[in-house]
Ligand binder design. Sequence first.
Ligand SMILES: Cc1cc2nc3c(=O)[nH]c(=O)nc-3n(C[C@H](O)[C@H](O)[C@H](O)COP(=O)(O)OP(=O)(O)OC[C@H]3O[C@@H](n4cnc5c(N)ncnc54)[C@H](O)[C@@H]3O)c2cc1C
Length: 533
Amino acid sequence: MRRWNGWGDEAHAYVVPARAVQALQAWVGPPAPPRDATLPEALAGVPESRLPHAPFLSFDPEQRLRHARGQSLPDWVALRSGRVGAFPDAVAFPASSDDVRALLAWAARSGARLIPYGGGTSVAGHVNPDPQLRPTVTVDMSRLSRLIELDEVSRLARFGAGVLGPDLEAHLRARSLTLGHFPQSFEQSTLGGWIATRSSGQQSLLYGRMERLFAGGRVETPRGPLELPVFPASAAGPDLRELVLGSEGRLGFITEATVRVSPAPAREEFVGVFFPDWAHGLAAARTIAQARLPLSLVRLSAPEEARTMLTLAGHERLLGALEAWMRLRGAGDEKALLLLGASGTAAVVRFALGEGLSLAKQHGGLSAGRTFGAQWTKNRFRAPYLRNALWELGYAVDTLETAAPWSAVPAVLSRVEAALRGGLQRCGERAHVFTHLSHVYSDGSSIYTTYLFRLAPTPDETLERWRTLKERASEAIVAAKGTISHQHGVGVDHAPYLKAEKGELGMAALGRALSGFDPEGLMNPGKLLGAAR
Ligand SMILES: Cc1cc2nc3c(=O)[nH]c(=O)nc-3n(C[C@H](O)[C@H](O)[C@H](O)COP(=O)(O)OP(=O)(O)OC[C@H]3O[C@@H](n4cnc5c(N)ncnc54)[C@H](O)[C@@H]3O)c2cc1C
């Protein structure tokens, strides 16, 4: 059963090792475990629906609670404290494009607002109803999840857009195929959500981001269906898929999507390489990215992250052995950890890793073999469960991400980290901050920063701590000319910063384009462009 107030399946827990508990206290101070609301307490706060009965709507309080929030830190504070604020007035579960069209027609008549809901893993407030607005129906897309068509010759697969990551992969693996899209939220996120937020999977270096994987499909908009035919390439004017990618539920419902699939890899390997310091690691990551090798993963942890992740995973013995091994080879305390991954035939994997390791060596890298790669593979979808355990101890964890050209990466990274590290000084608190580069390109890289701080005595104060940190870091990103999001999207949390990137004219054009499909503003008001139209 899915947790109603945290990450993942209730059956899975993450036990924080004793040494990691000590380290957490040293980083930010001793915690005070929160008293979380129980499910019955949270359900007691679900108000009367403002909508009249209709056979296609569920008014079940638990469904309304479970669809009220996503996975951002403000969402966690709301759910864990039982002070959820705004709820959908009802939840709908359409099973076909026809059902979705009927819902749109009903919304046009009744004036209700509609929020498309995939897996609810948004970390930027994308699926939250706005209490100030008209009655709202959250539309859960999970019943549109079939494999509709598979063209094995062209390697194209058409799915219902509500399909969850594991189900989509299971369909494809049965035919020895893969989409190769593995965001860390893979277990609980959906194809439609990936498209609507321009998602990036961990192995996007090989398979591509959603922009490359999404080949076409069908969107049900308030003005009617938008068909996006599939071509390998087209010069027939602007590509309408670009409007759908990142549309965040503002344009309509993606009901079907065709994606480009690949053969499932015969072999997959991940290796770790240590560098004596961050500068050497950064130069190696850039060189490897620019060599355009057929690698699936190039992921560089800055020294603080390498230390923190090994500590939280309870690998002190491994860490100790590694320290000794690295010291023998002349490295200091500021080691960066690079993970290289390759997927494909045995020959491709051998070639890609061989070339990658040789470039790493030229920059002072010392290969630590497959141990770290195997650890990363084992924990790649487990890590989010740590967030539940840390919260229960009394710590909040959040992440933020951006991307910038290589020449700007050091400045963006240090400005963001400095903003976060000093962010809570005024209230006498500390934030523990660490960063990795998760997706590399020939011209630049994404920058992914995690920050951890103590929960405050009250939910409002915790939220205030988060707001201070988020605002400072977002302002630092904008000032350093990074994008406000490389992969999480805009939602409500990033909306105030979008104009700095798109410009006045760009924002107005985007608003008009969305209005062209949704003149009454029925779809997910307030997201992406800010204040509801
Ligand atoms: C632990 C964790 C790890 C994460 N890791 C990654 C990562 O590695 N890479 C990454 O890119 N993101 C990551 N995310 C963010 C999140 O998982 C992505 O944004 C994901 O694409 C959201 O998919 P979803 O199905 O959960 O969509 P939801 O959260 O349900 O919705 C997101 C937005 O898409 C819209 N939407 C959803 N389905 C449809 C549809 N069918 N038609 C129209 N609009 C729709 C919604 O209205 C909303 O605006 C992570 C989140 C968490 C909590």
